[in-house]
Design a protein around this ligand. Structure first.
Ligand code: FVH
Length: 299
């Protein structure tokens, strides 16, 4: 079926896994002419039925592209394998594949050497959030600014677009930093449920409500840490200092012992706090711990 009569920006999408398929449906629903390619051709069939044009080969998909060529593949290695040997000259590549910042920078240089423009993206959403702006999902972008400007409206169809600078590695750095913070939060949530789990007559759902509210209320600490790091005054605006918190940590650890919960998730972080206090910085908040984590000595 040829649906390429729309005036909307045409999109070429390489990769139809869970995320790629969700992206495809969002662009189709918004009326964008869409060409798709996937390593395993069977995954293209449902989208063809919904109006996508299916490219028989990768080379055909890229050659026909007049709009953004969006990659949503498993990892950076699969991007390299997929585009190996393709003629990318003059193409606008938008790579939504999760990468490290170093991989994104290397991929930007790689694309430039092949005459392509390059934008890297880090998706802050899961597939059901794609195409639903009210879900709060968005994508960090970095790299070629004019490319981002040119395709911004198209890129905002599946999820909000947040451009974070010309360094192609910065979208990946934002992405991975947020995922790292989320992982720490998941560790805390796991510990919290381990504490309350065996208690008879403790309503787990009610506990979950309190836990989620508390984490939301505490999330603003990120702004305080940023202000302290930017000003260089690591005591600026501190309301809960490390000296107080390390004392409180003893109560947390004693409770873990009493509740028969292993403190292996919390222990290393508490050790870092104790070390900073021993260095004479008990009046600081958490900002000074970032320096202790650096392995290159950068404060
Ligand atoms: N799904 C999620 O929740 C997360 C949300 C945040 C962002 N991630 C990243 O998005 C990328 C794609 O994720 P996905 O969910 O679509 O992943 P899969 O469903 O596993 O699909 C993987 C696609 O990659 C193709 N592929 C894998 N290896 C190769 C290769 N060597 N050459 C060509 N294509 C390859 C695979 O093809 P096939 O197996 O169907 O033939 C799928 O199209 C990812 O970076 C997440 O970190 C998703």
């Amino acid at each position: 079926m040829d649906t390429h009569t729309s005036s909307a920006n045409p999109v070429t999408l390489l990769g139809l896994g869970d995320m790629g398929t969700a992206l495809a449906r969002a662009w189709l629903a918004a009326g964008h002419p869409l060409t798709v390619w996937n390593r395993t051709p069977a995954k293209t069939a449902p989208l063809a039925a919904e109006g996508a044009r299916v490219a028989a080969t990768l080379a055909e998909a890229v050659a026909a592209a007049t709009g953004p060529v969006v990659l949503c593949l498993l990892d950076d290695a699969s991007v390299g394998e997929t585009l190996d040997g393709a003629d990318l000259s003059g193409k606008d590549l938008v790579n939504l594949t999760t990468s490290t910042p170093a991989q994104a920078r290397a991929r930007a240089r790689w694309a430039e050497e092949r005459g392509a423009r390059f934008l890297d993206g880090g998706i802050m959403a899961v597939p059901p959030m794609i195409g639903h702006p009210e879900s709060g999902g968005y994508v960090f972008y970095s790299g070629d600014r004019p490319l981002h400007e040119r395709h911004r409206a198209t890129l905002e169809v599946p999820a909000g677009a947040r451009y974070v600078g010309e360094d192609a590695g910065h979208a990946a750095l934002y992405d991975i930093a947020l995922l790292s913070a989320m992982t720490g939060m998941f560790g805390g949530v796991t510990h919290a449920f381990a504490l309350v789990r065996p208690e008879k007559d403790l309503d787990q759902a009610a506990f979950a409500t309190s836990l989620a509210e508390w984490l939301g209320a505490m999330a603003g600490i990120a702004h305080g840490i940023a202000a302290q790091l930017e000003s260089g005054d690591l005591t600026k605006g501190v309301t809960s200092n490390l000296a107080m918190m390390t004392t409180g940590n003893r109560t947390l650890l004693a409770t873990a012992r009493d509740q028969s919960v292993d403190s292996r998730l919390l222990g290393p972080f508490m050790e870092l706090m104790r070390h900073r206090v021993e260095q004479g910085h008990g009046d600081e908040g958490l900002a000074g711990l970032t320096g202790l984590l650096r392995t290159d000595g950068a404060g």
